[in-house]
Design a protein around this ligand. Structure first.
Ligand SMILES: [Zn+2]
Length: 130
C-alpha cells in the first residue's frame, strides 16, 4: 500500500536559468570582458540618459547611445555616418544611427572608433603636458 508518492519535482523546470541573452560586451579599447553596462533609462546612482559600458580593467567608458537635445543636434551637426567626439575622454565615435525620440530628444547610436596600434606611431614623443 505505502507506495511512495511520486511528487513531481518541478524545481528544475521553473528554476531553469532564463536569463535574457545578453550580448557579450567587450571593452573596445583593451578587449576586456570585464565591463559593466549602464543602461539608458535605468534609475541608477545617476539618472542616466546615455547608455554606455565602463571597463573595470582600463577604466574607460564607452558610449553606445548618446542622448542629445534638438538644439545640441543642430550645434553639433550630428548625422548618420558622421562622427561624435567625446572630448572629455579623447575618444571618437562613428554615428551609426540617429533616432528622434520625443519632442526634444535625439538618440545617437554610436560605435567607438578604435585606432589600430600602428596608427599611434612607434613611441611618439610625448607632448609636454598630458
Ligand atoms: Zn578596457
Amino acid at each position: 500500500m505505502a507506495g511512495k508518492p511520486h511528487e513531481s519535482t518541478r524545481e528544475a523546470a521553473t528554476q531553469q536559468e532564463a536569463r535574457p541573452e545578453r550580448a557579450a560586451r567587450t571593452c573596445p579599447w583593451c578587449g576586456s570582458e570585464n565591463v559593466k553596462l549602464a543602461q539608458r533609462g535605468f534609475t541608477g546612482p545617476t539618472d542616466e540618459r546615455d547608455q554606455y559600458i565602463s571597463c573595470q580593467d582600463c577604466r574607460r567608458l564607452t558610449y553606445e547611445i548618446v542622448s542629445r537635445t534638438a538644439r545640441e543636434m543642430r550645434l553639433g551637426q550630428y548625422r548618420t555616418g558622421g562622427s561624435y567626439r567625446d572630448s572629455l575622454r579623447q575618444t571618437k565615435y562613428l554615428i551609426q544611427r540617429v533616432l528622434k525620440v520625443g519632442t526634444n530628444e535625439v538618440l545617437l547610436y554610436v560605435k567607438p572608433i578604435v585606432r589600430p596600434p600602428s596608427a599611434y606611431g612607434a613611441e611618439s614623443p610625448r607632448r609636454g603636458r598630458y
